[in-house]
Design a binder for this molecule. Structure first.
Ligand code: ZN
Length: 145
């Protein structure tokens, strides 16, 4: 999945796991599931959307919320892509032995997408909005008093 979808799904899981460390671990587990199911990826160009999603989750639920910790767990595994991206390593879009996460080093197959691209994008948008909806992140900002 795209990073913002990982964040949204992690936040949704966090809503139902009030224990923050557990929400974080469940977010990491959701990353695994999100990488394995067939999906259409968007690449590092969507990084600003990941930051915006995390900022919105923090705004709505706070940095100390299980939603935020679930979302952080959801995106954390992808942080290991950053060094190869910065170095513009030609192998960066393929599985690399140096990476730890099983769906990133090829030990577990990363889901591909063999249907029309539009459906792949539609699925990402649906999971993104559905995740944020389940997390309680959509709608008016919560009043903190
Ligand atoms: Zn990943």
């Amino acid at each position: 999945m795209t990073g913002s979808v990982h964040a949204a799904l992690g936040a949704a899981i966090g809503r139902f796991i009030p224990n923050k460390p557990l929400a974080f671990v469940a977010g990491v587990a959701s990353h695994f599931a999100g990488d394995v199911v067939p999906h259409h990826d968007m690449g590092p160009g969507e990084t600003p959307l990941v930051f915006a999603t995390m900022a919105r989750i923090a705004q709505q639920h706070g940095l100390n919320s299980p939603q935020f910790w679930g979302a952080l767990g959801g995106i954390c595994p992808d942080f290991e892509h950053i060094p190869a991206e910065l170095k513009k390593d030609p192998r960066r879009h393929e599985p690399m032995d140096e990476k730890l996460f099983p769906t990133h080093n090829g030990r577990v197959a990363h889901g591909g997408w063999s249907w029309p691209e539009g459906w792949g994008i539609a699925m990402q948008v649906a999971l993104f909005l559905g995740g944020l909806y389940l997390a309680g992140t959509l709608g008016k900002p919560k009043q903190n008093d």
